[in-house]
Design a binder for this molecule. Structure first.
Ligand code: UDP
Length: 325
């Protein structure tokens, strides 16, 4: 298939592209490089630099390349940023997604995979969180993904768009060539590894008074390679109908456990300081991925936190100052 990957120069989109190409698909990447990196673009993909806000440019991609399916990663993705700048999220994320969907529908494309998020579940009643959980977005970011999921639901019912919405918990780890680099960096694992590289003095722990065993937040870290595999399985399954899946390992690790594992792997003491809670952070987020395991046979290859942090560390050591530096 020829697959249009928006955000294919970004962290998850670039690793998914790698696996799509390895599985024999052709990939057209559409990315404005505002958050992505040219060095992350797969050399065997077709790269189009463009912005999803530019509707004519989006239509032109579909006019130029016969696209069979879309995977949509290009997005603003930070919870705290979305609280400060809501229009970037319930505005741009949604409008850009609509431009993409309209172009896809008008060009007869009926297969779509959406990057969605655990931020749909702000007040979960059960842990781990399965797909039956009530959706209560935790921020304008979560709401923007929820809106796109709802638009897809209606496109399925009205024009036969078959979609998969994949709600990621905490994506982490790296492939050999592609890893996690944001500017500014806000994510726990890359920040901890920057301390180990001597680029930061210490890591601030956002809250130590949560109702968890050690008082720090618990998250479900999922290896980006396993996440990528789930996209490929979901794409293949679209012919049997639309679907939503929660994607995680089903195991939670506290912030302190992540830091301790990074100390073991890097051999660096990684000093910590305790700080206040970060607004919007729930105490515990753990996914139940039983549905995708049962329906698609998804089976994570790297469920251990050690493998996740080791691969991230290997990538950071190979790219100490990030891509291209
Ligand atoms: N975190 C932290 N210090 C940091 C960055 C993150 O204590 O400098 C915590 C954060 O509060 C959360 C966990 O690490 O509980 C994972 O945060 P991250 O931003 O990586 O992902 P999120 O869970 O927000 O998607």
């Amino acid at each position: 298939m020829r697959i249009l990957v928006t955000g294919g120069a970004g962290y998850i989109g670039s690793v998914v592209t790698e696996q799509l190409i390895e599985s024999g698909h052709e990939v057209v990447i559409f990315d404005n490089l505002s958050l992505g990196h040219m060095e992350a673009v797969h050399p065997r993909s077709t790269f189009v630099r463009g912005d999803l806000a530019d509707r004519a440019a989006v239509f032109e991609v579909f006019d130029t390349y016969p696209i069979d399916a879309v995977m949509h990663f290009a997005s603003n993705t930070l919870v705290a940023d979305s609280v400060e700048f809501p229009f970037k999220y319930v505005g741009d994320n949604v409008v850009n997604g609509l431009n993409l969907l309209r172009a896809a529908v008008e060009h007869g494309v009926r297969r779509f995979v959406l990057s969605s998020t655990a931020n749909l579940f702000d007040k979960p009643e059960r842990m781990p969180i399965d797909e039956q959980e009530r959706i209560i977005p935790g921020s304008p970011y979560g709401e923007s993904k929820h809106m796109l999921e709802r638009i897809l639901y209606w496109l399925d019912r009205t024009v036969g768009m078959r979609y998969a919405a994949l709600r990621y918990f905490n994506a982490a780890g790296a492939s050999v060539l592609r890893g996690e680099q944001h500017e500014p960096e806000t994510h726990l694992i890359p920040l901890v590894l920057q301390v180990a590289l001597g680029q930061r003095e210490k890591i601030t722990i956002f809250g130590s008074d949560y109702p968890t065993p050690d008082g720090t937040c618990v998250r479900d870290y999922i290896h980006v390679m396993d996440l990528a595999q789930a996209h490929i399985l979901a794409l293949q399954a679209l012919t049997d109908g639309s679907r939503v899946y929660n994607l995680g390992n089903g195991r939670g690790f506290s912030v302190l456990e992540v830091v301790e594992m990074a100390r073991q792997i890097t051999g660096h003491p990684i000093p910590i300081v305790m700080g206040p809670r970060r607004p919007g952070d729930p105490a515990v987020l753990i996914a139940s991925s039983d549905r995708i395991r049962a329906e698609l046979g998804w089976n994570p290859r790297f469920p251990d936190l050690r493998d996740i942090i080791q691969t991230a560390w290997d990538w950071h050591v190979a790219h100490p100052n990030g891509y291209g530096k």
